[in-house]
Design a protein around this ligand. Structure first.
Ligand code: BGC
Length: 372
């Protein structure tokens, strides 16, 4: 009997193997498509599909997520991230980091400088007097080396960031692995090593709209952030160094709330770091986003201590080459950037972002999709 079922299994495996890949529903796959050229580098779009048809597309320019296809409650596929139809879209001036990997330091460092071990480092200025998302040419604007990993569910991206790049000390080797699971999770694993002490704060900058194009804003998305506190900022979005309680303020998302509910009472919209309520250092669920009309639900898990919730305040409908010519208006999408706190190199009371030689920076974030 045992032998008989083994033979049946073997026969099924062989017949599945002989079918063309497209008929192999129920398996993982990674396909490749030319996505243009940048100087001499070929830009390729890799699409990972999981057995239930969820797909993520990633290009080696900026390690950028270009598409994220998930099902709604009726089983209909939709793309839940903002982006462009072509590479020229991503290269346009003012592309607000759609889907990109962010480094060496996500978010702002005040006055584009910090001191470390008695030495002052001056960084590239690209946001008022400050540095934002790694400087003029951050990790979002470089070409990464992409490798499909065995198993057809993960894409590895590697980048060598040189000593002095954008003003940061130390040669840094960064590895990011995007994986899809059969449970509809997009997992991002970050690792980095350095040869000199340096600040590091890596994240991803996907702009989510779970309506997949049906709603022009995220005002009707219900958000929960597991955080009792946040870091208030000055008018240039630099943390004041204080940590405040969210209770009784528009910043309170401890109980799921529509993003639009208190949006107008927050000067400029939401663009703050929340101090996550964690039980340890492992991967923990810290946020959920729910769009009732489509039924789509996204859960966010991370190992990081903070999350920047940005409500797309600077989108103004002027970006070109957008997907299907969509107008990405103010609040068209939201970002949930898992990370350490902004300006940590200048705020000794914040958790340290300094990576030293011999240490390994690690960070894992999972965006899990479902419907309810
Ligand atoms: C920042 C915003 C910024 C946006 C870039 C976010 O992480 O907090 O202030 O405008 O990235 O598009």
């Amino acid at each position: 009997m045992k032998k008989y079922s083994y033979l049946l299994l073997l026969a099924a495996a062989i017949s599945c193997k002989n079918k063309p890949a497209t008929e192999n529903a129920g398996s993982f796959s990674i396909t490749e498509k030319a996505f243009g050229k940048l100087d001499t580098s070929a830009i390729t779009e890799y699409t990972i599909s999981n057995p239930s048809g969820m797909q993520v597309s990633i290009i080696n320019y900026g390690g950028t997520v270009t598409k994220l296809i998930t099902k709604d409650k009726a089983g209909k596929d939709g793309d839940v991230v903002l982006g462009y139809d072509s590479l020229s879209g991503f290269l346009q001036k003012g592309n607000p980091y759609f889907g990109a990997l962010i480094g060496r330091y996500g978010n702002r460092i005040a006055k584009a400088k910090f001191s470390l071990d008695g030495k002052e480092y001056k960084l590239a200025v690209n946001n008022g007097a400050n540095t934002l998302h790694g400087g003029l040419k951050g990790y979002d604007k470089v070409v990464w080396t992409a490798t499909k990993l065995p198993g057809d569910s993960s894409l590895q991206l590697v980048y060598h960031s040189k000593d002095g790049e954008e003003g940061y000390p130390g040669n840094v080797d960064v590895t990011v692995v995007y994986s899809l699971s059969s449970a509809n999770e997009l997992k991002i694993d970050y690792k980095a090593k350095t040869d000199k002490a340096t600040p590091i704060n890596l994240t991803n900058h996907c702009y989510f709209n779970l309506s997949a194009g049906a709603d022009s804003t995220i005002n009707n998305h219900e958000l929960m952030i597991l955080a009792a506190q946040y870091t208030p900022v000055d008018t240039s979005l630099i943390p004041l160094g204080k940590i405040l309680d969210v209770k009784g303020t528009p910043m309170d998302f401890t109980v799921p709330k529509l993003v639009g509910k208190d949006l107008d009472s927050v000067q400029g919209g939401y663009d703050h770091n929340w101090v996550l309520t964690r039980t340890g250092k492992g991967l923990e669920k810290i946020a959920t986003v729910y769009h009732a009309a489509s039924g789509r639900l996204m859960e966010v898990y991370t190992t990081e201590p903070g999350i920047q919730f940005y409500s797309g305040n600077f989108l103004d409908g002027t970006l070109t080459n957008t997907k299907g010519g969509a107008k990405y208006v103010k609040h068209a999408a939201l970002c949930l950037e898992t990370q350490h706190f902004p300006d940590s190199p200048n705020e000794p009371s914040f958790p340290s972002t300094i990576l030293k030689p011999g240490e390994t920076y690690t960070h894992t974030t999972v965006y899990k999709f479902g419907v309810k």
